[in-house]
Design a protein around this ligand. Structure first.
Ligand code: HAM
Length: 424
């Protein structure tokens, strides 16, 4: 019986060569936008001590309770593959003294891991771009982060597909009071709640506000509202942010039910959502989380940020054609392949931007021309025995009708540099 080929883990996807160009172009756009706001990259480990996530995201959240990839290493320490980047980023900032009398504007990029039920737009390994700002109180930095998000959508030409939803969770104290009120209201309907919400009633009642279950939704109609439990300062704080957003021309929708699935937030929370991805509508989400700094052992400080899901972002973007190569080197007979490799090296030495493919297979000239055509190359360079003997290279434009010409090998670089090849 033939051996079965190994398969990737469910919910963990390969990005194949015909798709990686789209990722690379998106990454380049993001880096440019981030640089234009003076945010700097921080590269973080994928593994952290499990305790970090328990202490920051919260024991009662779905992420920590059900979704983490946690294991004991050879030393019996409990480690976890990061389910998100905020905790690790702040851990690193504290560990290296980056919050000491200074502000920081940071970003990180890479895979995150959550044991969720895979479906369209929801994976077990997914990529996030995270953006975090430390040391800044006030809503100006929140407005800047939101403007940065909007700038990204503009650069990806998906501005019209996203809606900004905003809420205020108030201070920790206000939220705790509201939690109690909501809990006692929902206790009255305990038996009518869906199973998930019943479980959350004790551990994380605010998350019930997120429930999509119609019966639970109905019960929530008359539930106490978080807005009504905000103090004057929290309300003013939110008003200031809203005013700045209006001045920046950024549209928003206030959503009193937006609570987020991680425990560390206070005051402002936001999500950019779309209706083009079915149930997985959140493309980018974040908020303020000042309290986490002290929770992780730092001095009182300020922190705010967001993360965007790359797979969801890319699903909203139209495919752009990959840039094609410049030249395809056709080699026939005897020493031609070696000569082809050598020629390609000489041309790359001369022009660092040139993109060439050398045919490394023994094949007929006809089939090599076919491949050259398919590759999208602007021109073919032909090295056969005759050309080699004469110290020449055949040059044939592939995108315009023009006869092949022969060029002396030592003049080819100069000829290509004139930039006329292929376009005339
Ligand atoms: P989050 O809402 O858990 O927040 O994730 C942010 C984004 O990551 C989501 O809006 C979504 O686009 C993407 N995402 C999350 N889970 C998955 C999944 N299973 N498959 C595909 N995409 C997914 C955070 O992670 C916070 N750390 C955000 C933050 C940064 N808050 C402050 N700073």
């Amino acid at each position: 019986m033939a051996n079965k080929s190994p398969q990737a883990i469910r919910g963990m996807h390969d990005i194949l060569p015909d798709g990686s160009g789209k990722w690379q172009r998106a990454e380049a756009i993001m880096q440019k936008v981030l640089a234009s706001y003076d945010y700097h990259e921080i590269r973080l480990p994928i593994l952290e001590k499990t305790e970090l996530f328990q202490r920051s995201i919260g024991e009662a959240t779905d992420i920590v309770a059900k979704e983490m990839y946690t294991f004991a290493d050879r030393n019996e320490s409990s480690l976890t593959m990061r389910p998100e980047g905020t905790a690790g980023c702040l851990r690193a900032a504290l560990e290296h003294g980056l919050l000491h009398n200074q502000t920081q504007k940071l970003w990180y990029y890479g895979p995150m891991f959550r044991y969720e039920r895979p479906q369209k737009g929801r994976y077990r390994q997914f990529y996030q771009l995270g953006v975090e700002a430390y040391g800044m109180a006030g809503s100006a930095i929140e407005a800047e982060l939101i403007a940065l998000g909007q700038r990204l959508w503009k650069n990806f030409a998906i501005e019209g597909k996203l809606t900004l939803q905003l809420n205020s969770l108030g201070t920790m104290g206000e939220r705790a009071k509201y939690r109690q009120k909501l809990q006692s209201y929902l206790q009255n309907y305990r038996n009518d709640l869906d199973a998930d919400s019943q479980q959350r009633l004790e551990t994380n009642p605010l998350r019930i506000l997120d429930s999509k279950n119609p019966a639970t939704q109905e019960i929530l109609q008359n539930a106490p509202l978080l807005q009504d439990h905000l103090g004057q300062e929290s309300k003013q704080y939110q008003q200031q942010l809203l005013q700045t957003l209006r001045e920046l021309g950024i549209d928003y929708v206030l959503n009193g039910r937006l609570v987020r699935g991680l425990d560390y937030y206070c005051q402002t929370v936001f999500e950019w959502t779309t209706d083009e991805l079915g149930a997985q509508s959140a493309v980018c989400a974040g908020g303020r989380y000042d309290g986490l700094v002290q929770q992780l052992g730092g001095k009182e400080n300020y922190a705010v940020g967001f993360a965007l899901g790359m797979e969801r972002l890319l699903m909203l973007c139209d495919a752009t054609p990959s840039p094609s190569i410049d030249g395809y080197i056709i080699c026939t007979g005897g020493k031609a392949q070696q000569a082809g490799l050598q020629l390609a090296e000489q041309l790359r030495e001369r022009d660092a931007d040139i993109k060439l493919q050398v045919n490394c297979l023994d094949a007929s000239i006809k089939s090599q021309f076919k491949k050259a055509d398919k590759s999208g190359a602007k021109y073919a360079l032909i090295l056969g025995e005759d050309e080699l003997a004469r110290g020449e290279v055949g040059y044939k434009p592939l995108r315009v009708r023009r006869e092949q010409i022969n060029i002396a090998r030592n003049r080819l670089g100069e000829y290509l540099a004139q930039g006329v090849q292929g376009s005339t």
